[in-house]
Design a protein. Structure first.
Length: 303
């Protein structure tokens, strides 16, 4: 089922037609408050009152021209201005900034956005995409962070190369959002079984938490797996890590009660709130992460 959903996420015919279907538009509301930024900002403001921070992302990837990439940067600058009072952070994909079109322009766009984030006293996360982009994304991140340190990168636990990538990043101060991974990758380069991915995720977390304690790393655990988070915290607690430095990020609409519970217990929690009309591929990857959500999607077929 997971592989089928990931195939669907890459199918151009489905991408062109499914977003027009009413049941699909109803179903996607499970994971995003709306397509316009106003609804995202309203959701973030409500969550802030319950001690849950926000992480905004404009949906989209693989832009095909420089003008489109420049428009994305401008949109994020507008986000930062509009959300200045709620302490929100932002997250962006390199291909949304033109990495496929012009790597030099993508670097310039990312640096411009990183500087805008610094001016807004916020934080920028560079999202990781499929395995073909890992090296280029890491290169972009390292170069931009040298110029603007309020930047972090998403790292995928299911890739077998990830321990080496993390070791290289930890040679200097860095920020990592550890996620499981949501793209279709072959078994030769990625763990494909849930138990394998979970074990690697927990091992990587245990490896990095001492660096958090030393102040060399900002680590955010991007996962909805409450048992995995609980086990990870045992490592943090064992080394005397303060709860507020144990950071967790979850998607809007998923395990909302757990987000509120963790925030109430003193952990740092952020909710990733997506917006925009380019939601098709992103939505299918969310279903692939947890196929149980298909039941909710199927219910939207009913009136």
């Amino acid at each position: 089922m997971r592989q089928f959903l990931l195939w669907c996420s890459q199918n151009r015919w489905l991408a062109a037609h499914v977003p027009r279907w009413p049941f699909a538009r109803r179903a996607v509301k499970r994971f995003m408050p709306g397509e316009d930024f106003g609804t995202a900002l309203s959701a973030a403001s409500s969550l802030k009152q319950q001690n849950v921070g926000a992480l905004f992302t404009l949906l989209g990837e693989n832009v095909s021209d420089g003008a489109g990439a420049a428009a994305v940067v401008k949109d994020y600058e507008d986000i930062l201005a509009a959300a200045s009072g709620i302490g929100a952070e932002v997250s962006v994909k390199p291909t949304h900034l033109g990495l496929d079109v012009d790597p030099k322009a993508a670097y310039a766009n990312l640096l411009r956005l990183a500087r805008a984030v610094a001016d807004a006293k916020s934080f920028l996360w560079v999202d990781m995409e499929g395995s073909d982009y890992v090296d280029r994304t890491l290169d972009l991140y390292v170069r931009v962070r040298e110029e603007a340190p309020a930047v972090g990168i998403a790292i995928q636990a299911y890739l077998k190369r990830t321990p080496a990538d993390i070791t290289a990043l930890l040679k200097s101060k860095t920020a990592i959002r550890l996620v499981k991974g949501a793209y279709a990758e072959p078994a030769s380069i990625a763990y494909t079984g849930k138990r394998q991915v979970d074990a690697n995720y927990l091992a990587l977390t245990a490896y990095m938490l001492p660096e958090v304690k030393r102040g060399n790393l900002r680590l955010v655990l991007g996962s909805h797996d409450v048992d995995l988070i609980r086990n990870a915290w045992r490592y943090g607690e064992a080394i005397g890590l303060e709860r507020e430095r144990f950071e967790i990020a979850m998607l809007y609409g998923i395990r909302t009660e757990e987000q509120l519970r963790l925030a109430g217990e003193g952990f740092s929690v952020r909710c990733l709130i997506s917006y925009g009309d380019a939601w098709y591929a992103w939505y299918l990857r969310r279903l692939a992460e947890r196929p149980a959500n298909l039941l909710f999607a199927a219910r939207q077929l009913l009136p």
